[in-house]
Design a protein around this ligand. Structure first.
Ligand SMILES: [Zn+2]
Length: 281
C-alpha cells in the first residue's frame, strides 16, 4: 500500500527561540511540561492564511489513496490553531471547559518557524492535502475549521466537533525552546473517554507513529514509539471518539522547519498521516 521511497532524514539542529515571536512551546518542549498556554498575541502569525489558502490548484492525490477503501468512514481532522488567532487575543484567551472539570484558554496562536512561518498555516495545508486523499479514498471528512483566516474554534469544540466521526486526528507542530530538539510525537488523553476509546486512541497513536516513522524522525524523549499520555489537553479531553494529537515536528529546528515550510514536505506529512489512518481501520 505504500509507494514512498525511503529517503534518509536530513534533520539536524539549528536555530533560535526568539522571545516575542509567539511562544516557543505551545504544547510541550519536553515530556510532562507546558501545555496549550496562552501566548503573546498580535505578533508574528499571519492573519490571512498561507499561500495555499485560497484554493486547491495543483492539489494532487497521493498514490496510496487509490489503494485504500475508506467508504463509509467519517474522519475528523483538526488543523491546529487558526490564522486569525494572533489578532484576537481577547477571544482566544477566554476560558472554556477543559474536559476535566476545569477551564483553560480557548486557543493559542501556535508556534512558528524562525522565519515566521506560522504553525496554523502548516496545519491547515497538511489538513487540506490529507482531506483530499481521504476523500478520494471514499471517506467523509469533517474539519474543525473552514479556513485559515478566522479565530478558533476553542479547544473544547476541537474535541466535540468529532462526535459523529470514527476518529479524530489533530494536527500540530511543536515549538520547543531548544532548536536542537527535533522529531514528531503523538499525544493521547490520559485517561481517555472510557477504556475502549482509550485503547483505540492508543492503537491509533501507534498506527500513526509507525507510518510517521517511515518518513520522519521520532522524538525519542517521548519513548521509543514517541507517544505521550496527557491529562491536560482540552481537545483530546473533550473528544468522545478515538483521538490523537500529532505534533508533526519541531518548528524551531532548522531542518524540520524547512520540510514543514515546503509543499513537498507538507505532502509527506499528509501521506504519512493518511497511511496511519488507513492502517488503523
Ligand atoms: Zn499547536
Amino acid at each position: 500500500m505504500r509507494h514512498r521511497l525511503l529517503v534518509p532524514s536530513l534533520l539536524a539542529s539549528a536555530g533560535l527561540c526568539l522571545p516575542g515571536l509567539t511562544a516557543c512551546s505551545h504544547d510541550s518542549s519536553a515530556p510532562g511540561q507546558a501545555t496549550e498556554r496562552a501566548e503573546t498575541a498580535g505578533q508574528s502569525a499571519s492573519a490571512g492564511g498561507g499561500p495555499e489558502d485560497a484554493g486547491t490548484a495543483g492539489e494532487t492525490t497521493s498514490a496510496q489513496a487509490a489503494d485504500a477503501d475508506l467508504k463509509g468512514k467519517v474522519i475528523a481532522l483538526d488543523p491546529g490553531h487558526n490564522g486569525g488567532n494572533a489578532a484576537h487575543p481577547e477571544e482566544i484567551n477566554r476560558e472554556v471547559p477543559d474536559g476535566r472539570g476545569g477551564t483553560k484558554a480557548c486557543n493559542t496562536t501556535g508556534t512558528s518557524t524562525n522565519s515566521d512561518y506560522p504553525e496554523a498555516d502548516f496545519t491547515w495545508s497538511v489538513a487540506k492535502k490529507l482531506k483530499t486523499s481521504l476523500t478520494d479514498a471514499g471517506a467523509e471528512v469533517v474539519l474543525s475549521r473552514k479556513d485559515n483566516k478566522g479565530v478558533g474554534p476553542c479547544v473544547d469544540e476541537r474535541g466535540t466537533f468529532a462526535d459523529d466521526a470514527d476518529l479524530l486526528v489533530s494536527i500540530h507542530a511543536n515549538g520547543s525552546e531548544s532548536s536542537s530538539v527535533k522529531g514528531y510525537h503523538i499525544i493521547v488523553a490520559d485517561p481517555g473517554e472510557d477504556e475502549k476509546t482509550e485503547a483505540a486512541s492508543v492503537d491509533l497513536a501507534k498506527s500513526v507513529g509507525k507510518s510517521m516513522g517511515e518518513e520522519f524522525t521520532a522524538n525519542k524523549a517521548y519513548g521509543k514509539a514517541a507517544i505521550s499520555r496527557r491529562p491536560d489537553l482540552a481537545g483530546l479531553n473533550n473528544a468522545s471518539v478515538p483521538a490523537v494529537i500529532v505534533e508533526c515536528g519541531e518548528m524551531r529546528n532548522r531542518s524540520e522547519a524547512k520540510v514543514m515550510e515546503s509543499k513537498s514536505g507538507q505532502r509527506k506529512y499528509a501521506d504519512a498521516l493518511f497511511d496511519g489512518i488507513v492502517d488503523w481501520f
